[in-house]
Design a protein around this ligand. Structure first.
Ligand code: G3I
Length: 374
């Protein structure tokens, strides 16, 4: 989840933004007819993977399903494969929804990313503070073995642990003061990764987090350093982590320094880890109401972020958190920071509510096309 940025750098001028994008900007009607090759093909041509998260029930929407089938080479369930929805009772699993996604993906030659085994915000109700340390360990092992094991050989990449770093919790190690940590200490992370590796030795195991992309969101809490320190400790302990997932929940008019971002990504790469962008979208709450200018600011941030990110050769994958404004957590307004003062609907994703491509799609397509081949 994204926090609001502090401070607001001088926004690019209207003229600069529109000039920068004018060449590629197409009127929605025109763009819908000619928005070019599928994003999955543009990515594959550079040895990259593009995909998006999906709300499985939204696949009942034929036009949306067709867009996902055309554009996404990987699909990520935004909710239905988390611990809470699949195991509402101890040891009793219901994978009906993820299985539907697997069938849809199979019909359209798409992969599925597993999201996410352990997240403090999707723990089953029965896993509460009364659990003993030994039982917590056993539950984590059972969950990983059951869930990763079910899709072994079919789901090739998992967000094993999500958002374990939270410097604002005040710990010297910067870790989130979750129930997992209270019961097992940092070792809970090791337990999850080792159990996932045992369940599917071929799967890519990812540590996933947010809030590292913009500069100085919490100047007193260097999240980038704490994430890097955690990854180093995990590797030193022999934890089978293959990659870092950077969620990429961005916000217009929040400080972003592409050079500093790339330098940090290269430090992650130097650890021998791959990098995935796992949940990319752009919150436009700070941008003006006028849609042309708002879309241009969103597109410019997609452009700047992806140019810097894809310059790092360890980056393999770009997943947007949703593909259309028709289904987006940002548009749902669950997070107060996503709600615009003018109550206008946010426009965070490459395709609008009518499934027409936006300027953000132009930026995304260009970034994939311009990326150095992997
Ligand atoms: O589908 C059920 C519906 O059947 C039920 O009646 C209703 C009652 O609450 O819930 C519906 O499920 C909701 C689900 O989204 C629908 O997709 C859940 O309540 C709701 O909590 C869930 O929110 C998801 C959230 O994670 C919490 O799991 C969002 O869609 C999803 O976009 C968001 O994604 C997270 C990533 O996993 C981690 N990074 C941050 C990101 C944004 O918070």
């Amino acid at each position: 989840m994204a926090a609001r940025a502090t401070g607001s750098p001088r926004a690019p001028t209207r003229r600069a933004l529109l000039a920068g994008l004018a060449g590629a900007a197409l009127a929605p009607a025109t763009a819908a007819a000619h928005h070019g090759p599928p994003l999955r093909e543009l990515a594959a041509a550079r040895g990259l993977v593009y995909g998006s998260s999906v709300r499985i029930d939204a696949l009942e929407d034929p036009a949306y399903a067709a867009l996902q089938a055309r554009e996404s080479a990987v699909l990520v369930p935004s909710y239905e494969l988390k611990w809470h929805p699949v195991a509402r009772r101890p040891g009793v699993y219901d994978f009906a929804a993820p299985d539907r996604l697997m069938r849809f993906a199979g019909r359209h030659g798409a992969a599925v990313r597993g999201h996410t085994l352990l997240w403090h915000r999707s723990m089953p109700a029965w896993l509460d503070a009364r659990v003993s340390a030994a039982d917590m360990e056993r539950h984590i092992e059972t969950h990983a073995a059951t869930t990763v094991g079910r899709y072994a050989g079919r789901i090739g990449s998992w967000d094993v642990v999500n958002e374990a770093v939270s410097p604002v919790d005040g710990r010297p190690d910067g870790l989130r003061a979750s129930l997992f940590l209270a019961k097992l200490g940092e070792r809970y992370i090791d337990v999850a990764f080792r159990a996932a590796r045992a369940a599917d030795p071929a799967a890519e195991l990812v540590y996933n987090d947010f809030g590292v992309e913009h500069e100085g969101w919490n100047p007193l809490h260097p999240k980038r350093e704490k994430v890097l320190e955690l990854l180093k400790r995990m590797l030193d302990r022999g934890v089978p982590v293959d990659a870092l997932g950077v969620q990429g929940h961005l916000a217009t008019r929040s400080p972003f320094d592409g050079d500093r971002w790339l330098r940090w990504l290269e430090r992650v790469r130097a650890l021998g880890l791959r990098i995935l962008v796992t949940e990319l979208d752009v919150n436009d709450a700070a941008s003006p109401a006028e849609i042309t200018l708002r879309d241009a600011e969103v597109a410019e941030l997609y452009r700047r972020f992806l140019a810097a990110t894809l310059a790092c050769r360890a980056v393999t994958t770009v997943v947007t958190w949703g593909i259309s404004d028709r289904y987006s957590w940002v548009v749902d307004g669950v997070e107060p920071s996503h709600r615009r003062a003018d109550s206008a609907k946010p426009r965070p994703l490459p395709f609008d509510r009518d499934l027409a491509p936006k300027l953000a799609h132009v930026s995304l397509a260009a970034a994939l096309t311009d990326a150095r081949p992997r």
